[in-house]
Design a protein around this ligand. Sequence first.
Ligand code: C2E
Ligand code: CA
Ligand code: CA
Length: 573
Amino acid sequence: RRSILDSIPFSIVATDPHGQIVTANPAAQTLLGYAAHELVGSSIFVIHDSEEVDSRAKEPSGGAEGSVGPNLDLMVAAGARTGTGEREWTYKHKNGTGIPVNEASTAMYAEDGTLSGFLTVAYDITKRREAQESVRHMAHHDFLTDLPNRTLLFDKLVEAISLSDVDQTKIVVLLLDLDHFKRVNDTLGHHVGDELLLRMSVRLQESVRENDLVARLGGDEFVVVFTDVEDSEELRSRIDGLMLAVSAPLDVGGHELIVTASMGGVTYPANGDSPVALLKNADTAMYHAKTSGRNNFQWFYDSMLDETNDKIALAAALRHALAHEELSVSYQPLISLGSGEIVGVEALARWDSPDQGSIAPDRFIPVAEDNGLIIQLGEWVLRQACSDAVAMQAELGLPIKLAVNVSPRQFHNKDWLTVVSKALADSGLDPHHLELEITEGILFDDPSDVIESLGAMRRLGIAIVVDDFGTGFSSLAYLTRFPIDKIKIDRSFVRDLTFDDADAAIVDTIIVMAHTLGMVVVAEGIETEEQRSYLEGRGCDQAQGYLFSRAISAERFVPEMRARMPFARNSSA
Ligand code: C2E
Ligand code: CA
Ligand code: CA
């Protein structure tokens, strides 16, 4: 019997009816740090944490046996209360530390029914406690960065709010979203993306004070909370510090990255009375920072919500406009720099509202894109443009190409290809005369899907143009993965071409590399003769801009072009 007790991995301690230890097995000795002879003869309360026992002593006792002390009664009663006779308890190690155990106590009775003592069996649950602790930690922290997560952030904000209500201090909540993070993920891989997030989390923590809170909401969104702001000047410099910390160059897996962030800020109590309200408004402010060029900070202000309402009003007006033919399509010629001939036209949507006058596409296209109206609008523009283009070709007697802008939502719509085929078939436009202008952003969405869709369009004979090239993140090398026929150099480079060497160098490089890759190059936004001759000299194929012509209505297009062609040197707008 002894040998069985010796090899059992549980601590087994037997006491007499008064709680004096009579035997303790080797596992008990190891667990408690005592030699057998030190335990035998001592009271069980040497190893039972008295504090915990005391706290239980306040509970009403069932009173198992009148002859034993109240604590022992409780030990047994507690064991009996739980169905298994087990409970979690803390033992006291010889060195004074507590050991969490799972313990079962039973009273032992002699044959004549008198209490002969107690037997307690226990095992160490330190590991289990640690596991529980780590589960609790995991529930409140982000897995990748170990920063507090949304749940803990909300708890902390609730706490901060009640503190602030008492001592009237201000809470500042900053919502920070990395710019173009998705592109890093998609082009360099998720491991680089993860590494970047991790490094950012460290940077953020390092650039705030000890009492500030940095949390991760998920994805590339972080929240920073200040609770000890002194004055606005100091606050400003702390915010600047954060922005600078984020945008310092970073080496991730051999890639030098410069990542910026858009940040929105709110204060309590001015901008919301709950964590939900504060974060929602911080998100609105962050969104404003994104739309005003990214890499900047915006405080929330109430009229931001009005701007959102303006958008809703604009969306309603646009829906009405689509139904009531307030929209039209204008055409801007694309000129061959070699011959000065018109080689194509770009279709540009126009909206003349009876009550608001003409509304710029830069205003209504993003709204249409946001709410999905772009699907309907885009189809309408495409169909209109295809039939106009067929008429222009006939009247001018030139096989000019038609370029139509396709925004991401249209592009990803599953019916898109059918819409295009049908517009071509119904108008009779040769698919080889259609060019679709997409933005770089589309190429980052899901490369394999995008390659397939582009391939399908190309098989129809349609050419793919990358619009606004140079403004995004993509390198020409990245573009080689996609079936692309032409790139359009963004007008911001063309604008500064003749006085900014860096822009000139970028333009030169784009032209040379695109030609190496067999792509046609067009430059947009040409307004001056210097720009035109510079680009011609560099071998740029085509040009578009006010120097040649603004976008003009379908009716006026042919007569105007006849009057101006060919667009040689010294043309004027
Ligand atoms: P985009 O595709 O980059 O179109 C070129 C824009 O540059 C046009 O503005 C055009 O009028 C303008 N532009 C042309 N030449 C010059 C120049 O020499 N100097 C300057 N400063 N600007 C010039 P617009 O028509 O206001 O269109 C703005 C944007 O709206 C377009 O940019 C395009 O992204 C979008 N958009 C227009 N129509 C449509 C459409 O039917 N569908 C979609 N998805 N987007 C459209
Ligand atoms: Ca375009
Ligand atoms: Ca463009």
